[in-house]
Design a protein around this ligand. Structure first.
Ligand SMILES: Cc1cc2nc3c(=O)[nH]c(=O)nc-3n(C[C@H](O)[C@H](O)[C@H](O)COP(=O)(O)O)c2cc1C
Length: 339
């Protein structure tokens, strides 16, 4: 129904307006939740334990879809095992000038340069706090954190730790986002000296605030060279993070049928091979460092059960989707998870 009736109408309008409209509907009309649940929830009964968190299946909604955590009950009702709220910054910010999301329909892709528009850590904490007691299906709520646009990289660690402190009580896990291409110089935080300082500060705060360390993932770009990837892998291990999310959007424009020459991060089908390659290399590192294996979350270009299975075969413990959900609609969850 989505692909035949709803998507053609939604795709007539500006992508960001449609996004906000859909989020509004699914967050406000809570009486519809049982209906959504009946149609879309695959009711998977497996348990995948990662860092003491019980995921009811391996499929989650990637960061950036519900940046402010306004529709958590909906994601729970339709059957995702987890969602990543954010990217959250300490202070609310508007993001880049509009328009800033573009559909590449023939490529089944999107380009976005939103630039971390969000309500800020305190407001988002309240949204999660309000929704969590109402979740019925065990949705795990991760919080993806970043820095404000005006914070220079030299002080970036302080923005990340501020978010960590504010959201510590409501986040089931954290993701440190250093890989969005839409905040100037953010991806420089992937270099060794910045990253060492950042991970060390976060884990110090983590052990100060929590008896048992809260799970922390690092989300990386798909455009990294092999040596950079090895350095990142070693640091994530050194600072005892839970694992790595591979990957964010790409700045590459290879193999596109249409190229609107828009700046920003490319997601969807054309990202699949790039993000799979990074996942494969991380899994290879895991095989070499058997005693300190990292958990891996695969994201990028998942549209079908085969794409999902591909990520699992390449070493993903969990898989996330974003663009596939826009193109295929909520029925994608059952399609991917059915036996
Ligand atoms: C419109 C849009 C906004 C996004 N915002 C964020 C974000 O705020 N933080 C983040 O870590 N990733 C963000 N992402 C990246 C996604 O979480 C995901 O890593 C990427 O889109 C690849 O997955 P996909 O091919 O399934 O879309 C965003 C992606 C899109 C399309």
């Amino acid at each position: 129904m989505y692909k035949i009736l709803i998507r053609p109408v939604l795709f007539l309008f500006n992508p960001e307006s449609v996004h906000n409209f859909v989020l509004f509907i699914v967050s406000k009309f809570s009486f519809l939740l049982p209906l959504f649940s009946m149609f879309y929830n695959p009711n998977s009964k497996n348990i995948f334990n990662i860092s003491n968190l019980n995921f009811k299946n391996k499929l989650g909604l990637a960061a950036g879809f519900d940046k402010n955590g306004v529709a958590l009950r909906f994601w729970d009702a339709i059957g995702f095992s987890h969602i990543e709220v954010g990217t959250v910054t300490p202070i609310a910010q508007q993001g880049n000038p509009k328009p800033r999301i573009f559909r590449l329909t023939s490529d089944k892709a999107l380009i976005n340069r939103l630039g971390f528009n969000n309500l800020g850590a305190e407001a988002i904490k309240k949204n999660i706090q309000k929704a969590k007691p109402l979740l019925k299906n065990g949705l795990i709520v991760g919080v993806n954190i970043g820095k404000n646009r005006d914070t220079p990289n030299i002080n970036a660690y302080s923005d990340y730790t501020k978010c960590f402190i504010v959201l510590n009580d409501v986040a089931d896990y954290f993701t440190i986002n250093i890989s969005s291409p839409n905040t100037k110089s953010l991806r420089d935080l992937q270099n060794k000296s910045f990253l060492s300082q950042l991970l060390s500060e976060i884990q110090n705060k983590n052990s100060e605030l929590n008896k048992v360390l809260k799970p922390v993932f690092l989300k990386i770009a798909p455009d990294l060279e092999e040596e950079e990837l090895i350095t990142i892998y070693e640091l994530v291990n050194l600072y005892s993070l839970t694992g790595i999310i591979a990957t964010n959007t790409t700045i590459s424009r290879e193999n596109l049928l249409q190229n609107p020459l828009q700046q920003g991060g490319l997601s969807g089908k054309p990202l699949k091979n790039l993000s799979d390659k990074i996942l494969y290399e991380l899994n290879d590192l895991n095989l070499k460092f058997q005693n300190k294996k990292l958990n891996l979350i695969g994201v990028g270009g998942v549209f079908t059960k085969e794409d999902f299975q591909d990520k699992c075969n390449k070493g993903a413990d969990l898989v996330q989707i974003y663009t596939g959900f826009i193109y295929e609609g909520p029925a994608i969850i059952k399609k991917i998870l059915k036996n």
